[in-house]
Design a protein around this ligand. Structure first.
Ligand SMILES: [Zn+2]
Ligand SMILES: [Zn+2]
Length: 280
């Protein structure tokens, strides 16, 4: 039973957090040989054998026979009762962390799906070790979103014969698409860093020390997964902010209130800047 981030051995800990690298874990992220480990009540020290096919207690939630506290196997202390017992990690990184092991398209689509349907789970499993890789994901997701918006706008345009489309001034159609597309993708990558930088300031100001800039950029980059929904801003924008806040909570252990404030503030700031620019 080793930390999925740094490999530290996690048996016998009172807190379900790696003492070496600080990553949170749940014992149910692992599978053990049946009957090889004990799950210990942190309140009174009563031990229960992990006897089901995952080597976990069954049911997973139960009342301690000794102190009558309600226990959840996921955050109990684990102690091996045989020599050389290992726990195999069941939740080892996200599909994007496993990019090297699977095809790019498969890792991308499955990360996109997981982020939009079970964001908290995705972020809890995320290693957040590679900023470049996360930003690459974000730029691809921004590209998918851009293509989707263009398709919808083109559809409306064709339907109502609006003839909105114009090439950029002084450029052919092809150059307009290439220059416009590149500017949009570079802008998306810059936005991820800007968003993270403002969050970093907000979190530092509120006394949160755990969230470093690199990890914040990665959380924002992964949240780009829900950009297609911004075609309906009243759905897309809150969803985007919620996913960033979920990332702060699940991946970086920021408290709920601070995560919400940190996630919303940069967007309010951006909205004000845009408004001021339009009015002046
Ligand atoms: Zn660790
Ligand atoms: Zn107990």
């Amino acid at each position: 039973m080793n930390c999925t981030r740094c490999g530290y051995l996690l048996f016998g800990l009172r807190e379900n957090r790696c003492p070496e690298c600080g990553a949170a874990f749940q014992t149910t992220d692992y599978a053990f040989p049946s009957g090889a480990v004990q799950f210990v009540c942190k309140g009174c020290g009563q031990a229960y054998l992990g006897a089901d096919s995952f080597g976990l207690p069954f049911p997973r939630k139960f009342r301690c026979v000794q102190c009558h506290e309600v226990l959840d196997a996921a955050d109990m202390m684990v102690r091996p009762i045989r020599e050389g017992v290992t726990g195999e990690a069941l939740r080892y990184g996200t599909p994007w962390d496993h990019l090297g092991r699977s095809r790019f398209a498969a890792a991308f689509v499955s990360s996109l799906t997981q982020l939009s349907t079970e964001g908290a789970d995705f972020f809890r499993r995320a290693h957040l070790l590679d900023r470049g890789s996360a930003v690459t994901f974000g730029v691809w997701a921004a590209g998918v979103a851009g293509a989707f918006w263009l398709a919808v706008i083109a559809g409306v345009d064709a339907l109502y014969r609006l003839s909105w489309w114009r090439p950029l001034p002084g450029m052919s159609w092809w150059w307009s698409i290439i220059v416009g597309g590149a500017a949009y993708l570079i802008g998306a990558a810059l936005w991820m860093h800007l968003y993270a930088a403002v969050m970093w300031v907000v979190l530092r100001a509120s006394g949160e020390r755990r969230a470093d800039f690199d990890s914040l950029v990665q959380v924002v980059a992964f949240a780009t997964a829900v950009w297609p929904a911004m075609i309906l801003p009243l759905v897309g924008v809150p969803w985007y902010v919620m996913l960033v806040a979920t990332g702060l909570r699940s991946a970086l252990e920021v408290s709920r209130g601070r995560a919400m404030i940190a996630a919303v503030f940069p967007l309010l700031l951006a909205a004000n800047v845009v408004l001021a620019w339009l009015l002046l």
